[in-house]
Ligand binder design. Structure first.
Ligand code: G3H
Ligand code: ZN
Length: 279
């Protein structure tokens, strides 16, 4: 069932669980993630990032991901991740995305608020949810030159109140694309943010979060946890092995089977760590 982010987050607000947003790049990883969610009878978020859009148009991606979501036995949100352009957001909404992130984290505070408000106006009029970002979750690769900045709790409060976003990404110690699970989470900062605002919080760069911290975070007002690198790694590494081990095979559907199963397993593991699937 295709739903928006707000509908999914309502179910986990103030609960001991959080919903993962997984970056997916096509049918194979999208269906694998949904199968994991169905195994646990839990909701899930399929996310499209800029790399996916550079490979396939947002209209085609929408048809694939919304198709997978509509046929799922659980609630699935189809979300545009880290969009910095209003035009792309408008296209995604028109194409069927049920949630969008406007990422103004590299802009001055007032400009981020102004632009996010415009996106909220458009999206909410269409029944689509919006995630904003305050502070900036950077990248583990310094050559990418994306500024990282911890979230100031007072700014989070002002941002959430003035933009009315449905979810707010905060920077509390993670970085995107970490190779190892060694992020040091600033729980004090998180607690101060939670005292000042009750907006659902989003953590990015969650591949770098230790298993025990994923579980701990899900007990806070953290409702959405973004995971990309972990699944990409599983898919790519398994595919490499499959090709190496089957030199006579040339059928791509045959090559996809094992990577899809491994992605399903990894997604299920992350969902269980986030408190999903408990009786
Ligand atoms: O928005 C996407 C996520 O923040 C993914 O981060 O690739 O480090 O798990 P990750
Ligand atoms: Zn992110």
């Amino acid at each position: 069932m295709l739903v928006n982010l707000k509908e999914i987050l309502n179910g986990v607000a103030k609960s001991d669980s959080a919903i993962p947003g997984f970056n997916v790049f096509g049918y194979e990883d999208a269906i694998a993630v949904v199968r994991a969610a169905e195994e646990l009878n839990a909701p899930v978020i399929l996310m499209t990032n800029k790399v996916a859009v550079s490979h396939m148009s947002i209209e085609i991606l929408a048809k694939i991901l919304c198709g997978v979501a509509e046929n799922a036995k659980v609630s699935v949100c189809v979300h545009l991740d880290h969009a910095t352009e209003y035009e792309l957001i408008a296209k995604a909404i028109k194409a069927g995305y049920t949630s969008v992130m406007y990422d103004g984290s590299q802009l001055p505070f007032e400009e981020n608020i102004r632009n996010t408000k415009e996106v909220v106006r458009l999206a909410h009029a269409c029944g689509v949810s919006v995630e904003g970002e305050i502070g900036a979750v950077g990248y583990s690769d310094p050559s990418l030159k994306v500024a990282a900045r911890y979230t100031e709790p007072e700014e989070a409060k002002i941002f959430a109140e003035s933009t009315r976003v449905d979810a707010l990404a905060v920077a509390i110690g993670t970085l995107h694309r970490m190779e190892t699970q060694e992020a040091v989470i600033q729980y004090d900062r998180l607690e101060t943010i939670e005292k000042l605002t009750d907006v659902s919080l989003v953590i990015h760069g969650s591949t770098g979060i230790k298993d025990e911290d994923l579980t701990k975070l899900s007990k806070y007002n953290v409702a959405k946890v973004n995971i990309g690198t972990a699944l990409r790694r599983v898919f790519g590494n398994t595919m490499r092995e499959e090709i190496k081990n089957n030199p006579k095979e040339s059928d791509r559907i045959a090559f996809f089977q094992k990577p899809m199963l491994e992605v399903q397993k990894e997604a299920k593991k992350k969902m269980e760590l986030l408190g999903l699937g408990k009786k």
